[in-house]
Design a protein around this ligand. Sequence first.
Ligand code: SF4
Length: 402
Amino acid sequence: MAIDPPSLPVTDDLLVVPQEPATDALYVHVPFCTHKCPYCAFACTDEYEYSDFDRFHDGIDQELRLRTSHQGRRQLKTLYYGGGTPSALGARGLRRLTRSVEGRFDLSSLSEFTVELNPGQVDDVMAVELASLRVDRTSLGAQTFHQEHLKRLGRDHEIPDVERSLRALTAVGIEAVNIDLMYALPLQTTTEFVEDLKTALDLGAVHLSLYALEFEPSTPFGRAKANGKMIPTDDGIAADMFLRAREVCAEYGLHWYEVSNFARPGFESRHNQAYWENRPYVGIGPGAYGRIADIRYRNATETTPWHQALQQGRDPAVEKDLLTDEIDAIETLVAGLRTRAGVRWPEPPGVRNWEHREKTAKKLADEGLAVLTEQRFHLTVRGMLVLDSILLRFLPTSDDAT
Ligand code: SF4
């Protein structure tokens, strides 16, 4: 039976602040979107006022102080603004946010600075501002280039916005642009998805993130599925679409390096590598996750309780899990299997309850779903297509938590 890692009581004496200089990645969660998409279960809201921006910035200043209070001005290697929609803050808001980060971190050795953008919010002013902040990688939520599907997804940008955004970004020297696309949409054909891929690549995207539509129960789409008003795409068709994507990306020189991600060589996400390698990173903002030393935490999702906690000098985390050596090893395995490179194998000796995972790995290799060598363990293409069910077989059990 899979269980959660041991939870820690959320008290002030367990403030999640770095005790060691182990992290060089910072994630900032911006929880605002101009419009809540009906399939989205992320920590974000479209019900906000401009005063919420002030509380957000104030809270960010306080959380940065809180989580960096035990150290000097540390060097950051990667910085990522995600959400939600960071571009909802506008050019001035992004500048204010970056000034706050610079107040606590040394950005002089930054190797990657990514900002997620709504294509409808990128204009020349925004692009110039991003360049002046030394943003060198952006991610555009295009999702599809077919009007009918875009409308059904409830997106609030227009198809030409994506090309306009790309032009504005490349004009200021931001060449590393990711485009997010979705597939397995209701009534979407494989041909339409291939057209989406080619459109994104012809526009110059050097990185693609591809996500199958999911019907999260808490969303309008999830409820429509439960009521029989929406029917998910058959898994076999979704898998075919993905395999086609792999071929198209290869034709354009993009390689598949993580279950959802394709990149031209040299344009792989460096920041996300911290997650896939299960390395510590500081996460701040409402709804942000982070991992500092051996504690994983999740912040309050809503801006108000997150901000209130910080104003009162309390940690805004509402969940904290202690990562024992066993759980850490398993999480490293589960995160690493998302990548084509997989994980180092075998795990260092001393990790209890490892035997049945070793057996599972060998069984997967026998079934052609994985490759197990003396040094590495990674999934095959067939294995990647059933990643979720494979990961379930490796999750922590009650034995690991004791
Ligand atoms: S823009 Fe993205 S984060 Fe915002 S509601 Fe839509 S899917 Fe969710």
